[in-house]
Each structure stands twice: as structure tokens, then as C-alpha cells.
Design a protein. Structure first.
Length: 274
């Protein structure tokens, strides 16, 4: 993790519209190099926003830096970055009585709920045509796209389980259902992504199954699942059976199916479901 990544994120000519504030990049770098703890980094990164004349307008700048870090920095930094995002959300709300009402955050809070973070993430990284791109890609590009797709699944699952940025569990239901309930799934992309969700959010899915949770992501009909529209023990069991079928595949898909199945078996044992 070189200095170059951080320097490339800085706004040229101090134009905040084109990059981050130096204090934000500096605090992030120190934190990831274990020179300061998450709470200290969060406070340092927040200062340019808190002291700005228009905090609401400047907030997306910090969100972009954190989102880029989650997507671009080494995989082993994701968990630390999630901890930092949580520390930012837990920052005390600043006094904004002296700031014009039109320049305050429209939602009233600067940090609580990480306002706008989830929407910005979705705008940048949620694509409806990723399958088309994957099918057209050569082997090298397909591998790059797969890594990106699976990394997003890990990030989204960790944010959802932590209750951060408004990332809903529905995204996880959609990922797993698309992978295991559709005959036209791109298995080498979608089974590894589903495995990330099943590993990180397996207990949450189990809870949803036990209480018959409803979700727009499960309501959409797919051709392999013939049961109800809500989450259920039967649907959860179907996912397990489908993963066993997928183990006839090879390579990346086989490895991911084994990983996902191991995670599901742990949840079955925890509930004593058969």
C-alpha cells in the first residue's frame, strides 16, 4: 500500500470537487498503517467537513474516499475500513447553529446513518449490465470483473451486517437467489459472490428464514425455485441443496460452492434444522 494511492486521491489545486482534503487522506493512511486507532482517524477525517462553510455539500468528498478505499485497497484492509466507517458514524454531531440552514445536511444529521453513503456507493458500483460485460470479456478481463464482483459482495455484506450506510439485507438475498435460483446464472461470478454473503451474513439469513422475512429481492420469480415468495426454512434448505448440485462444477465455482456449503452447514447445526 504505497503513498501513491493516497496522493492520487488528493484534490488538485485544493479543489475539493476533484478529490479529498489532505487531512482526510493523511488520517486514513495513518490508520491503515496502524499509527492511530479508528476513533482518532475518524475525528481527524471529520474536521475538514465540520469546519467547512457548507458541510452538507462537502460530505460526499469523504464518502468517495472511503468507498474508493473499500474497493481499491488490498483485500485484507476491508475489515479495518469497515471499522473506520463505523467510527465515523459514531462521531458526535457538531453544533451547526451558526451555519446557514440551506448549507446544513438536508437530513439533519452529519454522521448518524452515514447520510448519502449508501446511495453514492450504489450510484458508482451497482450496475445493471455487469452480466453483459462479463459475457463479452476475454479471459483476463473476465477475471478482473469477477474479482471486482466478489469484492463488492464482501463489502456490501459487511456493511449490511454491521448496520451501516443503509445497505439492506435485500442485496444479500438478491445475490444468493440470483446465484442459486436461476438456471442462467453466471456461476463463476455469482456463486463466489453468494458465498461471501453466506459466510458473513449467514446468521442473518437464518433469522430471516425462521421468521418468514419478506423482501423485494425474494419476491422476484426465478425459474428454479418453485416455493413461496418470502424467506423460509424450505428456501434456505433449497439453497443448500442447490450448492450441492453446483459442486459438479470445477475451479472457482467449485471452491466457492464448497465454502458456501460449509457456512450453511454451520447454520443448520446452530438451529438443529435437518
Amino acid at each position: 500500500m504505497s503513498d501513491t494511492w493516497f496522493s492520487n486521491k488528493l484534490a488538485p489545486d485544493d479543489d475539493a470537487a476533484d478529490g479529498c482534503h489532505p487531512d482526510e487522506a493523511s488520517a486514513l493512511k495513518k490508520y491503515l498503517r496502524q499509527e492511530i486507532v479508528a476513533e482518532e482517524a475518524a475525528r481527524a477525517m471529520s474536521q475538514p467537513i465540520v469546519s467547512a462553510s457548507n458541510p452538507g455539500e462537502d460530505l460526499p468528498r469523504l464518502w468517495c474516499l472511503l468507498i474508493d478505499a473499500l474497493i481499491e485497497l488490498p483485500l485484507d484492509k476491508i475489515e479495518s475500513l469497515i471499522t473506520l466507517v463505523e467510527a465515523v458514524e459514531n462521531l458526535p454531531e457538531p453544533e451547526m447553529a451558526d451555519i446557514e440552514e440551506s448549507k446544513r445536511p438536508g437530513h439533519g444529521k452529519l454522521w448518524r446513518g452515514l447520510p448519502g453513503f449508501g446511495h453514492l456507493y450504489a450510484d458508482i458500483h451497482q450496475s445493471t449490465d455487469w452480466r453483459v460485460k462479463a459475457l463479452k470479456a476475454d479471459a483476463t478481463e473476465r477475471g478482473r470483473l469477477r474479482e471486482y464482483h466478489v469484492r463488492k459482495a464482501e463489502i456490501e455484506a459487511r456493511l449490511a451486517v454491521a448496520g451501516l450506510a443503509g445497505i439492506p439485507i435485500d442485496w444479500g438475498y438478491e445475490t444468493v437467489a440470483d446465484a442459486l435460483e436461476s438456471s442462467d446464472a453466471l456461476l463463476d461470478f455469482e456463486v463466489p459472490a453468494a458465498a461471501e454473503w453466506l459466510e458473513i451474513a449467514g446468521a442473518r439469513f437464518r433469522e430471516g428464514a425462521a421468521k418468514g422475512e419478506e423482501s423485494w429481492a425474494l419476491d422476484r420469480r426465478r425459474d428454479l425455485w418453485k416455493g413461496g415468495k418470502a424467506m423460509s426454512v424450505q428456501r434456505y434448505s433449497y439453497w443448500r441443496d442447490r450448492l450441492k448440485e453446483v459442486q459438479t462444477q470445477s475451479g472457482i465455482t467449485l471452491q466457492a460452492a464448497k465454502k458456501a456449503l460449509e457456512c450453511m452447514e454451520k447454520e443448520f447445526k446452530a438451529t438443529r434444522w435437518s
